[in-house]
Design a protein around this ligand. Structure first.
Ligand SMILES: [Zn+2]
Length: 252
């Protein structure tokens, strides 16, 4: 634990990933956690969203979650933001004064908006996603490491392939959420994060973990020093953004 509280984090999404990340961040010496989500607690959330209880059905997640987190870490300043941050402008505005953004959302447009907001503001971003049995994680340092658009260009044109329609296993949400918190805590403490220029993929059933090396793409439509000419994103995209198979990095 840090001896003095410091670090301000914007956490977007208090679902399965966000609940796990918020719990893991509490008690770690963080100064301020701004949590953004417009949803209310539903019965189906309870098995994997540990911030909420049966008595809080219908309550705003940011309010119920803030109560739980304050109980875990009374010294942590929680700022509930009952809003659905879906645009670059909204995310950049909510990230004002923050040192880091954690994207724990459940849809592709918002993930790319978070990526673009991070690049626009220069604030580091920890990206996590999970669907059914598979999840992924990467940390983006604007202007230094590969961004989401370096890998995938843009969000898929068709809907589907999200945890909204495929579900997500509770242990997978917990692992990705806790790993996101670890990434964030490392950066706030001034240490290197483990998923800078690396994409971690987690297959929860097989137990397989892969660290895939990344690097910034010269033709990235967003962060390239030499922007591509106007036109559609050059990369094909998959329902759940997974990059082409490459030589895996070391596994634990
Ligand atoms: Zn990029």
């Amino acid at each position: 634990m840090l001896s003095k509280r410091h670090g301000n984090i914007l956490l977007i999404g208090l679902g399965g990933l966000g609940s796990a990340a918020a719990m893991a961040l509490s008690g770690q010496g963080l100064a301020r956690l701004r949590v953004a989500d417009a949803d209310t607690v539903a019965l189906s959330n309870l098995p994997r969203q540990s911030l909420y209880s049966l008595g809080e059905l219908g309550h705003l997640k940011v309010e119920a979650g803030s109560r739980f987190l304050t109980g875990l870490d009374p010294g942590l300043v929680i700022e509930p933001l009952p809003a659905r941050l879906e645009t670059v402008e909204a995310i950049a505005d909510a990230a004002r004064g923050m040192d880091l953004i954690i994207d724990a959302t459940d849809n592709f447009p918002t993930r790319f908006a978070a990526n673009d907001a991070a690049l626009a503001t220069g604030i580091p971003l920890v990206h996590g996603a999970a669907t059914a049995w598979r999840g992924q994680l990467m940390t983006i340092l604007p202007g230094e490491t590969a961004c989401l658009r370096c890998l995938f260009g843009g969000p898929p044109e068709t809907a589907g392939g999200t945890c909204l329609d495929q579900g997500i296993l509770a242990p997978l949400a917990a692992e990705i959420g806790w790993r996101m918190a670890l990434e964030a805590a490392s950066l706030v403490a001034g240490r290197e994060a483990s998923c800078q220029n690396r994409l971690l993929t987690v297959e929860i059933q097989s137990g397989r973990r892969r660290w895939i090396p990344l690097r910034r793409r010269e033709q990235c439509p967003l962060c390239s020093p030499r922007p591509s000419p106007p036109g559609p994103p050059p990369l094909p995209v998959a329902p759940l953004p997974h990059p082409p198979e490459k030589t895996p990095g070391p596994t634990p």
